[in-house]
Ligand binder design. Structure first.
Ligand code: 13P
Length: 253
């Protein structure tokens, strides 16, 4: 049975003190208000991972994730973060291939394929991001574009391994813009992703993979998006920076 996941991506926000206070608010509120079958993840700046992991360590459904990791195990890569370092903080998830990283750091599908493999080998759960630009959608090439991202970064994985990953569909035009994909647009893409996986693997495998929607998800629109049959959760930017909003999204299931 695939998991319901509400993940927050803090991006480059919150200093340590602010981050710790948000993390403990979220953890306490989740214990009181969020059903146990909803997994919550806070993807914090790397420098906060260890401290935030301490805050969440007794929680049964709040976990910590990094926003990125290197495709290399270790070595002379100044400023980079290895998967092993991430795991050693207590974090259990890692975002791979966010569109902001693809755009500003020129991350390629091939590089991301290596990161996904390495993350899995360390026991981290990758949240693999995909999604098209407005131009690509307007050209009606969004499905092909996303399929290529999946094909080039994920389809070397074994059936056992691909079942362990989480996919986040984040249309670039909906990120931080206040424009959300309609529930029909989200469902169309999520269903397409699941059936593309089914054609490469099996229907059984595709059914196990949680596919999250990301892009201006907030308490006011979460319920409609999350009620779609192939939308298994959200990857939330802005609204994850306020504990009340983040928790309210998780409660909309
Ligand atoms: P917003 O929720 O701020 O649109 O960000 C989405 C996102 O990029 C999450 O990774």
């Amino acid at each position: 049975m695939r998991r319901k996941i509400i993940a927050g991506n803090w991006k480059m926000n919150k200093n340590l003190e602010e981050g710790l206070s948000l993390a403990s608010e979220v953890t306490n509120m989740a214990a009181d208000e969020v059903p146990n079958d909803v997994t919550m993840v806070m993807c914090t700046p790397a420098i906060h991972l260890s401290a935030v992991s301490t805050t969440t360590k007794d929680s049964s459904n709040v976990f910590v994730g990094a926003q990125n990791m290197s495709e290399y195990e270790s070595g002379a890569y100044t400023g980079d973060l290895s998967g092993n370092m991430v795991a050693s903080t207590g974090a259990t998830f890692v975002i791979i291939g966010h569109s902001e990283r693809r755009e500003y750091h020129f991350e390629t599908n091939a590089q991301l394929a290596q990161r996904v493999k390495l993350a899995l080998s360390i026991g981290l759960t990758p949240i693999f991001c995909c999604g098209e630009s407005l131009k690509t959608r307007e050209a009606n090439e969004h499905i092909d574009f996303v399929n290529k991202q999946l094909d080039e970064s994920l389809f070397d994985l074994s059936a056992e391994d691909i079942k362990k990953i989480v996919i986040a569909y984040e249309p670039i035009w909906a990120i931080g813009t206040g424009v959300t994909a309609s529930s029909e647009q989200a469902q169309e893409m999520h269903r397409s992703i699941r059936s593309f996986i089914a054609t490469q693997y099996t229907h059984e495998v595709a059914k196990e993979i949680s596919i999250l929607y990301g892009g201006s998800m907030k308490p006011g629109n979460a319920q409609e998006l999350l009620s779609q049959p192939d939308v298994d959760g959200g990857l939330i930017g802005g609204a994850s920076l306020k504990a009340r909003d983040f928790i309210d999204i998780a409660k909309s299931y």
